[in-house]
Design a protein around this ligand. Structure first.
Ligand code: GAL
Length: 376
């Protein structure tokens, strides 16, 4: 009898512990969904719609970083417990499709358009068997947040249009083959900054790889992406229905080699966190701010603090999530990539803290949303 009582008590204590422990974020631990399977949503972003968060991400496999399934979706009302909503955008079994199974489909983000009442997904797409040469942006649409999303098209962006902040002198300048002969020389850098690759890609459209989306308070949406061979970020306004580009776009940090952009608006200022370009290997995060979304953007020191800050705690930025119902509360979302076993890549979520109104990120192994209410 004593044994039975001990067993029952132990059972209830353990249930309580699992429950209470799961109301915390443990970066790099295995995060399980409602079916007890590790959450598979990498390079992702989160949309809040009618009381529910929807987390979209790359569904990764055991042995390849290419897309064998598509974009996964999970939902939650508290950010701690996630329900698997299945694959929101399926790759195609048609080998001729742009999103054929085995393509590279990365960094999906979803926004909601109140006018059309559609959920719009943008992602980085590389056509199958072409490595990272295609550098396209893809778009898909759905009437409900969990999908299914219908693929519309993919392309390089803003073909035949110059960025608004490229001076006429540089638009008219004839860059020579000599200037692009050897990369990383001062001459080459100077030509890159002036827009040598913008001109190179002018007709076909600008390259679009690592990306995010941002909807401003006035409903205008923006696509921010690594362009010009990942050397320069571009920010492009989307059309009113969010399904294409309006043609208005600007260059950010020319030649700065930024990837993995994530953006938030805090007290009227736009803040962006990016990574450098070392593939799946982590590097030091970068921080920028601007009072106008098109710039000029000012660069700050690495926003990460403490041990392993030079490697972003082993992660790479993917999204800055505003927490609903809390003022000035944002979560820095990053991926710890494991390219040898992609499905086991992990999530790093940390609160964005502020000092003198400048955001910073510190490694906190276990935390919850109380962090935001306890701030002074
Ligand atoms: C990273 C990028 C990832 C993925 C990877 C491939 O720099 O952020 O999304 O494209 O390169 O090596």
């Amino acid at each position: 009898m004593k044994k039975l009582i001990t067993l029952v008590v132990t059972y209830f204590i353990s249930c309580y512990m699992v429950q209470s422990q799961s109301n915390y974020f443990y970066s790099k631990a295995v995060w399980k969904d409602n079916t007890n399977i590790p959450i598979n949503a990498h390079g992702g972003g989160i949309l809040f719609d009618k009381g529910t968060y929807y987390w979209y991400g790359e569904h990764k496999s055991e042995n390849t970083t290419t897309a064998l399934k598509g974009v996964s979706c999970y939902s939650s009302t508290d950010l701690y417990h996630w329900r698997n909503r299945g694959i929101a955008l399926q790759v195609s079994s048609d080998p001729n499709s742009d999103i054929a199974k085995g393509c590279i489909l990365e960094r999906p983000k979803v926004i909601y358009n109140p006018t059309t009442k559609k959920f719009v997904m943008w992602f980085h797409l590389e056509l199958r068997d072409k490595g990272y040469d295609s550098a396209r942006a893809g778009v898909a649409v759905s009437s409900s947040p969990e999908g299914p999303f219908t693929y519309i098209e993919s392309k390089r962006v803003n073909a035949g249009i110059y960025p608004e902040n490229m001076p006429t002198e540089d638009r008219n300048y004839s860059f020579s083959a000599e200037q692009n002969k050897e990369w990383w020389t001062p001459e080459w850098y100077s030509a890159i900054r002036r827009g040598m690759f913008v001109k190179r890609d002018f007709k076909e459209g600008q390259m679009s790889r690592d990306m995010t989306l941002f909807v401003d308070d006035n409903g205008k949406a923006y696509h921010i992406y690594s362009s010009e061979d990942n050397l320069t970020l571009q920010i492009a306004e989307l059309s009113d229905d969010y399904l294409t580009h309006s043609g208005k776009y600007f260059r950010i940090a020319p030649g700065g080699h930024n990837e993995a952009p994530a953006i938030m608006k805090y007290n009227g200022t736009y803040w962006m966190i990016t990574s450098g370009c070392t593939g799946w290997e982590p590097n030091a995060a970068r921080l920028f701010s601007a009072s106008n979304i098109y710039g000029p953007w000012k660069q700050y020191d690495n926003p990460c603090q403490g041990t392993n800050k030079e490697k972003t705690f082993g992660g790479q930025s993917t999204f800055l999530l505003p927490v609903e119902g809390l003022k000035n509360a944002y979560i820095f979302m990053a991926d710890e990539w494991r390219p040898k076993h992609p499905i086991d890549s992990r999530y790093i979520w940390l609160p964005v803290l502020f000092k003198n109104n400048i955001p910073y990120i510190a490694w906190i192994p276990k935390w919850n949303l109380d962090v935001f209410t306890k701030r002074n």
